[in-house]
Design a protein around this ligand. Structure first.
Ligand SMILES: Cc1ncc(COP(=O)(O)O)c(C=O)c1O
Length: 397
């Protein structure tokens, strides 16, 4: 008889992103589901990786990351945000933001510790917390404008609360948290001595605004001490397959993170770290490069929004990231999974339902997520397919 598996496995569902993509491929549908570009990264980034391999950077890197990349990350922080992180004691290189999140919660949680997670939330947050013995406590953004209710946040704190976790700019909504909302998070964390874990993988993809990390807004050592910031290279440079990420934290937390990280992956791909350092240094020297990329994305965003509105959906206008979340209540009366299936089968456009971004037993918005980091032709095909909805005029079911 087969051995019984870990009880934790039972709580893990197949990722919605893989399920939808498989279905989209099977049907030959336009895939606006998965959150990565269908265009390639720039040549200078590829060349940097090739050069790192051909010049012999092919053995294990130091576990905490190469000195070259940690310095590039420190310079990036200083240049973009005026923040100082020491490469030797505050920066750890990880296998993408995914490993950074996993490692962080292994490092800070004890059994039964609670983490307040601002919802809708990225799908890896819940397993990261529960596999570390923690308890996931949702704090749902309210209204169609996805606002943080500061009083709700405060009411969720108990003696077991250890941290608040959120994404900024936010996935799936593309919300950029306001100063007032960040202030609620900081006040709550300070008064109860909680960590603030902030996932900033979309930090450079902002529209008509700039990303502001919490320690930049609240320039006090105690605040910086509480904040654990996570980011990665994938979204900024369109290299999601490279899986190079990092965690910025105080010295004590960094030591704990490194202790865990060494036994999860030990170290991250050496040549890719060298190339990542070159890419980061490039934007530190040429910030306009990344602004221009964000502007290109903004044009794609606006095109998609116009189509979404024309078929009767109500989009939330994202100020960051590369997704548009749109409410379908006016045109469809089922769940977000059903609407997703409808768009896939009737319009040949794959989207992601919002359900998997929420914990069980909360009331869900009637909304789906569209990804716009796609080639113009992909977007045009999606727009043409979606416009069919007007012509065939599928009524509310
Ligand atoms: C909010 C968020 N965090 C983390 C990740 C994973 O980042 P990485 O590919 O660097 O592991 C993603 C990827 O889509 C994301 O959207």
């Amino acid at each position: 008889m087969a051995k019984v598996l870990s009880n934790k496995i039972a709580s893990i569902q197949p990722s919605i992103f893989s399920v939808i993509s498989a279905k989209a491929n099977e049907l030959g549908a336009v895939n606006l589901g998965q959150g990565f570009p269908d265009y390639d990264c720039d040549d200078f980034i590829k060349q940097a990786a090739i050069e790192a391999i051909t010049t012999g950077h092919n053995q294990y890197a130091p576990s905490q990351g190469t000195a070259f990349l940690r310095s590039a990350i420190a310079e990036h922080e200083q240049k973009f945000y005026g923040l100082f992180y020491k490469p030797n004691t505050n920066i750890t290189v990880t296998s993408g933001a995914t490993e950074a999140l996993w490692t962080t919660f292994q490092a800070i949680l004890n059994d039964g510790d609670e983490v307040i997670v601002i919802e809708p939330s990225y799908d890896s947050y819940s397993p990261c917390i529960t596999f570390a013995g923690g308890v996931y406590v949702p704090c749902k953004l309210v209204n169609d404008t996805y606002e943080l209710d500061g009083r709700l946040l405060q009411s969720l704190v108990t003696t077991k609360t250890k941290a608040i976790l959120f994404t900024n700019p936010h996935n799936p909504t593309g919300k950029v948290f306001s100063k007032e909302e960040l202030s609620w998070i900081v006040t709550t964390a300070r008064s109860h001595n909680l960590y603030i874990v902030c996932d900033e993988v979309y930090e450079h993809l902002t529209y008509d605004c700039n990303h502001t990390p919490i320690p930049m807004l609240f320039d006090e050592p105690e605040v910086k001490d509480l904040v654990i910031r996570i980011s990665s290279l994938g979204k900024t440079f369109s290299v999601t397959g490279w899986k190079i990420g990092w965690v910025l934290a105080n010295e004590t937390v960094t030591s704990a993170i490194r202790a865990v990280h060494q036994f999860i992956v030990f170290s991250v791909s050496t040549p890719m770290q060298i190339a990542a350092a070159k890419a980061l240094s490039f934007i530190t020297e040429n910030p306009m490069y990344i602004r221009e990329y964000a502007n290109t994305l903004m044009v794609k965003r606006d095109k998609l929004i116009t189509t979404i509105e024309s078929i009767g959906l109500i989009p939330y206008i994202p100020k960051g990231g590369y997704f548009v979340v749109a409410n379908f209540s006016k045109v469809f009366s089922g769940t977000s999974r059903e609407y997703c299936q409808f768009l896939l089968e009737e319009n040949m456009v794959a989207t992601i339902p919002l359900e998997p971004f929420y914990s069980k037993n909360v009331s869900l918005p009637n909304a789906v997520r569209f990804c716009f980091s796609k080639k113009d032709e992909t977007l045009q095909n999606a727009i043409t397919n979606l416009a069919q909805q007007n012509l065939t005029s599928k009524p509310i079911r």
